[in-house]
Design a protein. Structure first.
Length: 262
């Protein structure tokens, strides 16, 4: 059985398919393995269908976090066992809508973080290899049509920099109906509110709209395209890790110091 499991795991990794491997590390039958796919399919067994079903449910919760863990279970006979759950996820995929100036450093930095990158723009003049030498894929197409042709999973982060509702609204319609792990859109607070109103009129719920991070990025006082790219990537990392992006130490106080006798 282990040979079948290892072959299936190798194929999943080759095809960039997310999978969680479960290994019995304490208890009997020691070393047995189960693979759990995002759609609930399994290959292998930990020794009982009842345990397989419970581990399947727990494993599927790890596709979001990507963090390995050891879970403890108790069998029907009262035996305590431990199962090591290890997610094997494909590389994060950054999809950038709008080949604007901010997108250039954003794509370059994302590659340094191990992302696979895709840039989409309907304007052929902007989506060029000269401007985006680091992009894995350049797509000259309407953003919504291009998104429909991509495999969007929880490992996909979508950043919309289009600055034009005729590009960004249709793209958001697709993104909000997808399983993307992060959706962010550039624009001022006023622009962001206007965008939300349009999406509400299009029938999207408040729960769906809450997935949009806008104005995009963490407030670090970014001004230049490179700094804005840093703030966007920082927010994506924070969202992925379940953090809010605060300072690791308190900021220095700017309040005046009182003098003696004042």
């Amino acid at each position: 059985m282990s040979a079948i499991v290892f072959t299936a795991l190798r194929e999943a990794l080759k095809n960039e398919e997310a999978v969680v491997s479960a290994t019995l590390v304490s208890g009997e039958p020691l070393g047995t393995k189960l693979l759990v796919f995002e759609d609930g399919r399994t290959i292998g067994s930990l020794g009982s269908s009842e345990l397989d079903a419970i581990v399947n449910e727990d494993a599927r919760s790890l596709f979001e976090s990507g963090e390995p863990t050891i879970r403890t279970y108790r069998t029907r006979e009262g035996q305590e066992i431990e199962v090591f759950l290890e997610p094997h996820l494909p590389p994060r995929h950054l999809v950038v809508i709008g080949a604007v100036h901010i997108a250039v450093p954003l794509v370059a930095m994302a590659r340094e973080l191990g992302y696979r990158t895709t840039v989409i723009d309907a304007r052929e003049f902007f989506a060029t290899r000269e401007r985006f030498p680091h992009a894995d894929q350049l797509m000259v197409a309407w953003p919504d049509e291009a998104l429909l042709g991509l495999k969007i999973t929880a490992q996909t982060d979508i950043v919309i920099l289009a600055h034009d509702e005729k590009f960004e609204d249709p793209a958001l319609h697709v993104a909000l109906r997808s399983r993307a792990g992060y959706i962010g859109a550039i624009g001022s607070r006023k622009t962001s509110q206007q965008r939300l109103e349009r999406l509400r009129r299009a029938g999207f719920s408040e729960e769906q709209l809450a997935r949009i991070h806008a104005p995009i990025g963490i407030d670090i006082g970014a001004k230049t395209p490179g700094e804005i790219a840093v703030s966007i990537l920082a927010e994506i990392i924070a969202v992925r890790r379940g953090r809010i992006g605060q300072l690791l130490r308190p900021a220095k106080s700017t309040a005046p110091v009182a003098r003696e006798g004042a």
